[in-house]
Design a protein. Structure first.
Length: 470
């Protein structure tokens, strides 16, 4: 009864927040439709944060409110479900299921444990290093972290006796999931080809007269990225410690289990073939017009045809379908805000407000606004598209170094993905695993964001000065 009352109060509170925004006159330059959609978006986020209802229900109610008030048409309200990222996330869950169901994930997990598993911290470093090695070649953060690294991390957790819903999440799984997320966003910041929005940021920078080549980006991100990757697993190990720290027994057990598993089964071989095929498609598919989402759909189709998994199994993965609903709904609302000009207005307003400041003070303030406004975005690409150009333009006009400013904002467009459970492609997948609570996700996301910003503004700036960027 208490839980029901709490949910009801949370729902009423979120509706009051939405109503309060709705009836306030919109700021100059903002249309009434954009402002009303902002009210619905804020109300939906508040309902999610306060756990009024399951997340899928909260977001679906937000879409219903948008359609019911004629703020969005039915087609506009459900446009997020046409986005390839949403389908990539869904298929990533299916690929992860194939890894675990066939035993290939356990085999890979036992191998990782045998190689690095003297401590849980060692496993964290193994995941982080894997992210960095894969990042230059796989331009989809969701595909790389959600469909490749996450299944390994999940299998590692289960091999160590850590599952999400039986009280053992903190044994190892929570830590490994957090390392996967934060290593993912840092590795994406290091390379131009590591995340879909990076080329968009480089394209916008070109419009401002700043050319950023693949090597320029990598050289600028190399040192701060390595420093962050070197420290993150240890920082998370201290702040969010796994209950199991000494994994040496697990290492010996893993070696024995690898021997006991013997040769790979037919289903494991087919799953490995699927995995290799996906890696190839994710690496070179764009050159042939095959997107990451289409590649993943090919992979899932092959898994079903080859009887690696059955369709009946996939329909029962409730976490996958729940994530598909809430992420698609949030993306619809975020795209509606962008389409109706609210995000662009916010970017231009924030940039214009600092026009009389010194370039250093203005650039610093705009950077933090740009970074933490990501709480209101469900897509890094949408964030870059709405706010990158006006923010960087004002900084440069006020005298900020063009290249350093552009690369800082561009790489920060990756780092900010750690803030929320919807802030970047793999976040919904990792959060949907159930190993980390919403409070933990947002809390540690904020802490790690402060750490990565500090690394880029200290070590990064010193490095850029040394190589002549700053």
């Amino acid at each position: 009864m208490r839980a029901q009352n709490r949910s009801l109060l949370s729902l009423l509170f979120s509706m009051l927040i939405a109503a309060a925004i709705w009836f306030v006159p919109p700021p100059q330059g903002v249309t009434e439709i954009a402002w009303h959609l902002c009210a619905i978006f804020f109300g939906t986020i508040v309902a999610i944060v306060f756990d009024a209802l399951p997340m899928g229900a909260c977001t679906l109610m937000g879409l219903t409110a948008a359609v019911g008030t004629h703020t969005l048409s039915f087609g506009e309200a459900f446009t997020g479900f046409n986005n390839d990222v949403v389908w990539l996330i869904l298929t990533a869950f299916f690929v992860a299921h194939g890894f675990i169901q066939t035993g290939l994930g356990r085999r890979a997990a036992y191998y990782f444990i045998a190689l690095l598993g003297r401590t849980t911290l060692g496993l964290g470093y193994g995941i982080a290093i894997t992210e960095v090695l894969l990042a230059p070649a796989i331009p989809s953060l969701t595909a790389r972290s959600g469909a490749i690294v996450y299944p390994i991390a999940r299998s590692l957790a289960e091999a160590l006796g850590s599952k999400p819903n039986d009280g053992t999440a903190r044994r190892a799984g929570s830590y490994l999931v957090m390392v996967t997320l934060h290593a993912a966003v840092v590795s994406s910041a290091m390379f131009l080809t590591a995340m879909a929005a990076n080329p968009l940021a480089a394209k916008f920078a070109e419009k401002l007269g700043v050319h950023i080549s693949w090597w320029d980006w990598a050289k600028a991100g190399l040192v701060p990225g390595i420093v962050a990757i070197a420290l993150l697993p240890l920082i998370l190990f201290k702040l969010f410690p796994p209950e199991l720290k000494d994994a040496s027994r697990a290492r010996h057990a893993a070696i024995e289990k690898l021997e006991a598993m013997g040769r790979m089964s037919a289903k494991e071989r087919m799953m490995l073939l699927t995995f290799v095929g996906l890696l190839l498609l994710w690496t070179v598919g764009a050159q042939f017009g095959i997107s990451a989402a289409v590649s993943a759909l090919f992979g899932v189709s092959f898994m079903v045809i080859a009887r690696v998994v059955t369709w009946d199994e996939l329909t029962k993965i409730s976490g996958a379908w729940e994530t598909f609903i809430w992420f698609g709904a949030l993306l619809s609302l975020a795209e509606g805000l962008n389409k109706n000009g609210l995000t662009t207005w916010f970017g231009e307003y924030a940039a214009g407000a600092f026009a009389s400041w010194s370039w250093l003070a203005a650039a610093s303030a705009l950077f933090f606004i740009y970074f933490y406004s990501h709480y209101f975005f469900a897509s890094s690409t949408a964030h870059v598209g709405a706010m990158f150009l006006p923010f960087v333009l004002v900084c440069i006009k006020l005298g900020a170094p063009p290249f350093a400013t552009a690369i800082l904002f561009a790489q920060a467009s990756n780092l900010m993905g750690c803030l929320t459970h919807y802030g970047c492609g793999p976040a919904p997948i990792l959060y949907g695993s159930g190993y980390v609570t919403l409070k933990q996700w947002w809390g540690f996301g904020l802490i790690v964001s402060v750490f990565t910003i500090a690394v880029w503004l200290s070590v990064g700036m010193l490095w850029w000065k040394a190589i002549g960027v700053l």
